[in-house]
Design a protein around this ligand. Structure first.
Ligand code: 26W
Length: 828
């Protein structure tokens, strides 16, 4: 067979052998990467491998696309400003079932697969929970054969790389694209135009109706970059389509016409800025113009793409609700609502009412927060300047909404003002959560407690007005990445004792492990795996950060964004308190369980208190780790730049999972689920999905502490005085005094004064109120850890009952409760 004909056949069906792979790989290295093996750098080897693997998935991708356009089944479009994907190689190998072949083939060439794995720079296109959730969801949708597409932004720079200088966070750009990004498929020929600014005018159309015409001021191009989203073990490959901004041809023409070359180039840069960088703010919107540009940019690209490219040419848009559901991941894509109105009314010339009746059937909105300051409000001035037609449309939606509202609640102007899409104070602004709620088919929270609080508090008026619109879908995590790939030891054991890998797509299968909690030999193996995972982490941190840890200690881990409501300071105060007690002689070090207190957290660059807290954690670590008085007992580890890649080694190594947010503030948490699935026990408040974790494992397998949400509300209502806790609790006082004394800042009392004084005089998140309860719970942890058999039994029960937290289950819930769509038959 000649090379030419051979290449027209699907690689996947032909070359699934070690020899076949090696042939493909060398071809890619030589002809794709342009090097021969003897001269190939690790990056060359990695890029060639990635491209080879993606060839194996290509046939399935094309097949999925073909079937999708044939079937025209109801689909889901997940609109999200963030997809925090993590590394792609391992997941692609798993999905293509190629890991063994590739490992063997590479070994034969003297290449270690593991070395190539480490060469991948993770695409960090998200801040934290919300972005990682989106990545888990598209993995589940592909694995469950749900016709779906993810739409987002291809940021040139993802979440910043965190470094520490003298213990303080310093941000470095995340240039994840510089060494090449083999997983993306750019399609410049499919670019779409997106407009901004300008004015709106009235005109009369042919049949005499007065219509609106948007005369934009400027526009940019959105270039789609497609990414494969391979399902596990089902041959399906879905698409993630991320948009990159380019200057339009108009800018190029300006270069010729105006003769002002520099000005034209500046215009180009201006356009391309839109997808330049991910905003690193998590939960405090800054109201920046560029951010609104990003939001409209990706949403407008996505809707246009769906309507003009994905739908068949002759599609009757009145049938849109049977064909698609757009899921809005928080308020970031909510501008899609007026955009679809604009398309239908202005471009397709529909009546307002016809358009509204379709629009209100195709969007649903997921809220991911309970912090009032995290709900986006765009100033009318800004929105009107950038999107004048959309502002008009929003006004009209609001008018119509308020008419209905006033009819339902006559003489309740206060309610109308509370619920209006337009806020009047502190300036006129568009409340994006209200707009979303008015237009959405369903509004969901992300854990049972969170959804309850949305109904009872944050969106109470709306829940009353629209009964039936509100629902819950508890978050989930993909078992592929967060157990099967990240914890080979435990995965292997589970597969062995369950007799198959069915659990990878049906995580409830883990229930069958439960009786083995009583089996001493199983416990021994389970413990040995945890110990090996701890050694693996110790090795990684030594190499990556020069951190020296003792794998024999308890690994007590808190990893998540740095935010006051998450209360990293609570854990830190406990460390300081233990340190203070030992060094003052109040506590015999021999009575202290040897522990490694690990932190991982990025702070938003503009969040001063969060950066102070990072400085303090590092300062405490420096002092504690150097003090012989606590050697072998207390160690603080704070590796910089916590990301998905680090999580994959850190989480499987944890003994104790810290989920200690102030009750009523953490919407769900998903890290909590990852730890549970990997056999860590949780110390946590009654918050977010912790509530559901505890319900599943029982009080005896969970270290609960702290005020409950109603208690918090009560304390705040009656007036909270943190100093009273300081005055009446000597351990707490000593710990705070030690920080205030400058013990961790070379005697300089001013360095951490802002943290101490905030805790003493404000303490918005009731750290001091929960301190004693937390310390008591930690004492219970110590007692439990002292009995390894009982601890292991609890850990096994945690794993066995984690099935509920599979993102496959979350997807089933969305399909049933929100999307009213179903998987397609993979064989059809
Ligand atoms: C800058 C504006 C802004 C506002 C809110 C940016 C990002 C947000 C997100 C909603 C913050 C976020 O990631 N929330 C987290 O979402 C996770 C997934 O549902 C939950 O598990 C976390 O509890 C929640 O904090």
């Amino acid at each position: 067979m000649s090379e030419v004909t051979a290449n027209t056949e699907p690689v996947a069906t032909r070359e699934r052998t070690v020899e076949g792979f090696v042939r493909e790989y060398l071809r890619e290295l030589n002809f794709g990467q342009g090097v021969d093996l003897s001269r190939a750098s690790v990056n060359d080897q990695y890029l060639a491998l990635a491209r080879t693997v993606r060839h194996y998935l290509m046939v399935r991708w094309l097949e999925t696309l073909r079937r999708q356009s044939e079937l025209q089944a109801k689909s889901v479009a997940y609109l999200s400003a963030e997809f925090l994907l993590g590394r792609q190689l391992d997941n692609a190998l798993l999905a293509a079932d190629l890991t063994d072949i590739v490992e063997e083939g590479l070994a034969g060439l003297g290449i270690s697969l593991d070395t190539l794995r480490q060469a991948e720079v993770e695409p960090g296109l998200g801040n934290g929970g919300l972005g990682r959730l989106a990545a888990c969801f598209i993995d589940s949708l592909a694995t469950m054969n749900v016709p779906s597409i993810g739409y987002g932004i291809r940021y040139e720079y993802g979440i910043f790389r965190q470094t520490f200088v003298d213990g303080w966070q310093v941000e470095k750009p995340d240039s994840w694209l510089t060494l090449g990004s083999p997983w993306e498929f750019p399609h410049p020929e499919m670019a779409v135009n997106v407009s901004f600014g300008g004015t709106v005018e009235d005109y009369e159309d042919d049949d005499g109706t007065t219509r609106k015409r948007w005369l934009p001021g400027w526009s940019v191009l959105g270039v789609p970059y497609n990414y494969m989203v391979p399902g596990y073990g089902n041959g399906r490959v879905n698409t993630l389509r991320l948009w990159s901004a380019r200057a339009t041809r108009a800018f190029d023409l300006e270069i010729f016409n105006s003769g002002d070359y520099a000005q034209a180039v500046r215009a180009q840069t201006f356009a391309e800025n839109i997808s330049k960088v991910l905003y690193p703010e998590d939960s405090t919107p800054q109201g920046k113009e560029l951010r609104l540009q990003q939001q409209y940019f990706f949403v407008a690209c996505s809707l246009k793409d769906f309507v003009d490219q994905v739908l068949p040419k002759d599609f009757d848009l009145t049938n849109l609700p049977d064909r698609i559901h757009f899921q809005l991941n928080d308020t970031h894509p909510v501008i899609a609502i007026p955009e679809l109105m604009r398309i239908l009314v202005d471009e397709k010339k529909w009546s307002w009412d016809d358009a509204w009746s379709v629009v209100r059937q195709v969007f649903s909105y997921t809220c991911h927060t309970l912090l009032p300051e995290a709900l986006e409000v765009w100033s009318v001035e800004l929105l009107g300047r950038l999107l004048p037609r959309h502002l008009e449309i929003i006004y009209r939606i609001n008018e119509q909404f308020l008419v209905g509202l006033r009819a339902a609640y006559p003489d309740d102007e206060l309610r109308a003002r509370r619920m209006s899409i337009i806020a009047e104070f502190p300036e006129r602004g568009i409340r994006m959560a209200h707009l979303a709620t008015v237009a959405a088919v369903k509004v969901n929270g992300v854990a049972a407690l969170h959804s309850q609080l949305l109904r009872d508090k944050v969106l109470h008026d709306f829940a009353e007005y629209y009964p039936g619109k509100f629902t819950n879908v508890t978050n989930g995590i993909t078992p592929r990445r967060f157990l099967r790939l990240s914890n080979p030891g435990l995965s292997g054991l589970v597969t062995e004792v369950l007799g198959s890998e069915k659990w990878v797509t049906d995580l409830d299968e883990l229930r069958a492990l439960e009786p083995l909690a009583e089996d001493a030999e199983f416990r021994r193996r389970f413990r040995e795996i945890k110990a090996a995972n701890k050694r693996r982490l110790v090795h990684l941190l030594a190499e990556r950060d020069g951190i020296v840890l003792d794998p024999e200690t308890m690994f007590d881990v808190m990893v998540k964004r740095l935010h006051e409501y998450k209360r990293q300071t609570l854990k830190l105060l406990h460390v300081v308190s233990l340190y203070e007690q030992i060094t003052s002689g109040a506590l015999d070090p021999a009575d202290v369980t040897p522990r490694t207190f690990a932190f991982g957290a990025k702070a938003a660059p503009g969040y001063r208190m969060a950066k102070q807290i990072i400085g303090l954690i590092n300062a405490v670590g420096r002092t504690v780790n150097a003090d012989p008085a606590v050697e072998g007992r207390l160690t603080v580890a704070f590796p910089a730049n916590y990301n998905v890649t680090l999580a994959e080694t850190l989480i499987p190594a944890a003994d104790l999972s810290e989920q200690i947010s102030l009750a009523g503030k953490e919407a769900s948490g998903t890290g909590n689920m990852k730890f549970m699935l990997n056999g860590a026990l949780t110390i946590g408040t009654d918050d977010g999905a912790n509530v559901e974790i505890r319900e599943l494992v029982g009080d005896e397998n969970f270290f609960l502490f702290g005020l409950t949400e109603p208690e918090v509300a009560d304390v705040v209502e009656r007036g909270y005085h943190p100093t009273s806790y300081y005055e009446t609790n000597p351990q707490l006082r000593h710990a705070l005094d030690l920080v205030a004394s400058g013990a961790f800042s070379d005697g300089d009392r001013s360095v951490f004064e802002p943290v101490v004084s905030n805790l003493l005089h404000e303490d918005r998140f009731l750290v001091l109120a929960d301190f004693q309860a937390y310390a008591d719970a930690q004492a219970r942890v110590d007692a439990a850890y002292a009995d390894p058999e009982a601890w292991t039994r609890s850990a096994i029960i945690n794993v066995a009952r984690a099935g509920f937290f599979s993102s496959d289950r979350s997807m089933r819930d969305y399909l049933d409760r929100v999307w009213h769509a179903a998987p397609v038959d993979p064989s059809a």
